[in-house]
Design a protein around this ligand. Structure first.
Ligand code: SAM
Length: 250
């Protein structure tokens, strides 16, 4: 941790070359976003205070390295945007993209909007809703997510937001391959035609970012019942709760 001159915790800056290489001329905007995260992001309960020293390495740069995954000028919905990870980072890193941050909690959507206004970003909007409430109203090129649900449930929520031929890109970390195998049955019911695990940011961030990429034949069906309440799902919920406790999120 790095106290500033007043003793407050501040975010450890990335190595200049590393951040410059990843964010280029968008680095100043990213730094302004990190400053918001470290300040009102913490006081408003969007990010745990213990995350502050690692905002760059563990959160912002890990999200920024997936920016090359998107086609030029693609429309992208970030499901469960929370504090803007990865959606707001992508809007910063790729001004050609059009982002929709989908987040049901009002406290979070208000904070996101205030940060967007302060940064002057014009390629991102906030929608206060659950993903499933937007089925049939959004048809985007790509849907992203991080730390929202395990893969099967995430696919159920996200795939109906895609246009035919669109791509779901989920930041999944080391459990990517396991969840693909464990949730194969529900992915089949959702008409997933192609699956891949891709690594971004090798040699740029440690660890590099692992994403699951899903493509559907045509439109995915809208399944109203949440996926799974079996042992795997319960284990995932426990993992998510432990992670939230660790991060001190409310
Ligand atoms: C653990 S947070 C992760 C936030 C952010 N993606 C990150 O990586 O820090 C999960 C977020 O998903 C949101 N969420 C939960 N269910 C959702 C749903 N059905 N549709 C959209 N967002 C949802 C929650 O409100 C919360 O902000």
């Amino acid at each position: 941790m790095e106290p500033d001159e007043t003793g407050a915790q501040v975010s450890a800056p990335p190595a200049p070359d590393q951040a410059q290489q990843i964010l280029g001329d968008r680095l100043d905007l990213a730094a302004a976003y990190v400053a918001h995260l470290a300040d009102t992001g913490v006081t408003h309960g969007l990010i745990g205070p213990r995350e502050v020293p690692r905002l760059w390495q563990r959160h912002v740069l890990n999200c920024a390295v997936i920016a090359p995954a998107f086609e030029a000028e693609a429309s992208v919905a970030d499901v469960g945007a929370g504090a803007g990870l990865p959606g707001l980072v992508l809007a910063i890193a790729r001004p050609d993209l059009r982002l929709v941050l989908v987040e049901p909690l009002e406290r979070r959507t208000r904070w996101l909007q205030s940060v967007i206004d302060d940064l002057g970003l014009d390629n991102v909007e906030v929608r206060r809703a659950k993903a499933e409430q937007l089925w049939g109203t959004l048809a985007v090129d790509a849907v992203t997510s991080r730390a929202v649900a395990r893969l099967g449930e995430l696919a159920r929520l996200s795939l109906p937001l895609l246009r035919p031929g669109g791509t779901m890109i989920a930041l999944k970390g080391e459990r990517a391959t396991t969840e693909l195998a464990e949730d194969a049955e529900i992915l089949g019911r959702l008409r997933v035609a192609d699956t891949a695990v891709e690594i971004y940011g090798e040699g740029q961030v440690d660890p590099p970012s692992t994403v699951v990429v899903l493509r559907v034949d045509g439109m995915a069906p809208q399944l109203r019942t949440p996926v799974g309440s079996g042992p795997a799902q319960s284990a995932e919920k426990k993992r998510a709760k432990r992670a939230q406790r660790r991060q001190g999120r409310r």
